[in-house]
Design a protein around this ligand. Structure first.
Ligand code: ATP
Length: 453
């Protein structure tokens, strides 16, 4: 796809997300706030489906994983030990001409010289380190002693609670801790819609193991994570696995894979899978003075566990799901009129609404009553949309545009007006093929549950 086509595609996606209530600018009525976003009624369902499925796959369905939910603000000592206070920074330059501030590694370059992407000036300050952690104060006094940070990643809580979790869950190595939660980074240049935000959510795993298993488990997690993306509708062929060369990895990492998705704005990181060796636990042992070692009662060995960290972004994955699902196709209706159908081809598992339920006519009480009965039948099990306004074709289009995989219509056959054979059956229409089948109401719930679970 050409650059223009990709830009246009992204514009259409952003506009659809706003129009249909997936994503809004934060504080929009006051002009917004750069790098912050609100998820609307459909966006929050999409994110919830994603997080729930991640949790199910990585925690509930496994014996070797447990979850936790740590606080966003932690003792400042955590960030001193982890190195974030000292080094979690981007080199930043200011443009002396337009006063814009940019990340040095992202400046465009022409004829060997970097220039300001806003105004084109080459009059730039030398790079300076800019710490990405948001600061606040715990308690009423704004003193150095009370300084705290909003966490820039969820990972550290899993390291500092390693011992508590080990002792209370009685897990043996290898085992992992999983966490989903907000993280904050004062990004110099938030951009590409929600891709680079200042407030975002992460889904992280710290998988602890013996040193001898570290490399093998890194490859194991790479495979697990690729399977996960496939299971939510992002095929392997759309993900580039970037094996980060040694000179670009953090010095303590023995292997790092970046999983990159082909967004309309270019190939960009969805997730990092890093074999971090025993760096994190060792740092916390050194700074806290607490023993965070593991004792293997079979080999009688005492050691600091190594860790493999698959770290994914909720917002980036949600955006990838939307980009992957977005499609426009020309369809011809029964009268031979063609139109462009906008459709979000979400995997049914991820779709914000699973089933639309329509009475054929809104002024026919029996149809309406039966449709509402079906809504009540499905609602405890899934997100359902009831719609009685406008022609059926239009109602289908509305659901196509938000990615609802199935719609059922209650018609005169359903209420037995055309004989007993089709009584208590409905028309079930599938979003992608637009094919319709007749299905007994009694089978509907299980049929749908199988498709969305
Ligand atoms: P980048 O190089 O894009 O800044 P990173 O390598 O610093 O990302 P990590 O520190 O590895 O990212 O964070 C793990 C995951 O958290 C990323 O793969 C991404 O999905 C998510 N993430 C990180 N920063 C942001 C952000 N500013 N906005 C949204 N998601 C983010």
């Amino acid at each position: 796809m050409s650059k223009d086509a990709n830009t246009q595609r992204m514009e259409k996606i952003v506009s659809l997300c706003k129009r249909r209530g997936f994503i809004f600018q934060s504080s929009e009525i006051y002009g917004g706030l750069n790098g912050f976003w609100d998820y609307g009624p459909l966006g929050v369902e999409l994110k919830r489906n994603l997080k729930d499925f991640w949790w199910r796959r990585n925690v509930r369905e496994r014996d070797d994983m447990v979850g936790m939910d740590g606080s966003i603000i932690m003792n400042r000592a955590v960030w001193k030990a982890s190195g974030h206070e000292e080094t979690f920074s981007d080199p930043m330059v200011d443009c002396r001409n337009c006063k814009g501030r940019h990340r040095e590694d992202q400046l465009p370059e022409k004829d060997g010289a970097k220039y300001c992407p806003n105004c084109g000036s080459r009059d730039l300050t030398p790079p300076r380190a800019f710490n990405l952690m948001f600061k606040s104060y715990a308690g009423p006094v704004e003193s150095e002693d009370n300084l705290v940070y909003l966490r820039p990643e969820t990972a550290q809580a899993m390291f500092v609670q390693f011992k508590n979790i080990l002792d209370t869950s009685r897990k043996k190595l290898p085992f992992g801790i999983a966490q989903i939660g907000k993280a904050f980074r004062n990004e110099i240049n938030p951009r590409n819609y929600t891709f680079r935000s200042r407030e975002f959510e992460q889904m992280e795993i710290e998988y602890f193991c013996h040193a001898k298993d570290g490399l093998r488990l890194t490859d194991y997690w790479l495979e697990e994570r690729l399977k996960f993306y496939e299971d939510i509708g992002i095929p392997r062929s759309k993900i580039r696995v970037h094996d980060i060369p040694a000179e670009e990895r953090a010095f303590y990492s023995k292997k790092t894979y970046d999983l990159e998705y082909e967004f309309p704005f270019g190939l960009s990181e969805l997730e990092g899978i890093a074999y971090r060796t025993d760096y994190d636990l060792s740092k916390h042992i050194e700074h806290s003075g607490k023993p965070l070692e593991y004792f293997d009662d079979v080999t009688r060995e005492r050691f600091v566990p190594h860790v493999v960290e698959p770290s994914a972004g909720v917002d980036r994955t949600a955006l990838a799901l939307i980009c992957e699902a977005f499609d426009e196709e020309t369809v011809t209706d029964e009268e031979g009129k063609s139109e462009v159908r906008t459709v979000l081809r979400f995997h049914p598992r991820m779709a914000p609404v699973k089933c639309g339920v329509f009475p054929l006519l809104k002024n026919k009480p029996e149809l309406v009553a039966k449709a509402k009965e079906i809504v009540a039948l499905l609602r405890p099990h899934m997100a359902v949309a009831y719609d009685e306004a406008a022609a059926i074709g239009k109602r289908y289009r509305r659901q196509d545009e938000i990615g609802t995989p199935f719609c059922v219509t209650v018609d005169f056959d359903t209420i037995g007006e055309n004989g007993p054979e089709k009584k208590d059956t409905v028309t079930l229409r599938e979003r992608d093929s637009m094919q319709q089948v007749r299905i007994p109401v009694a089978d509907l719930k299980n049929w749908l549950l199988e498709k969305i679970s």
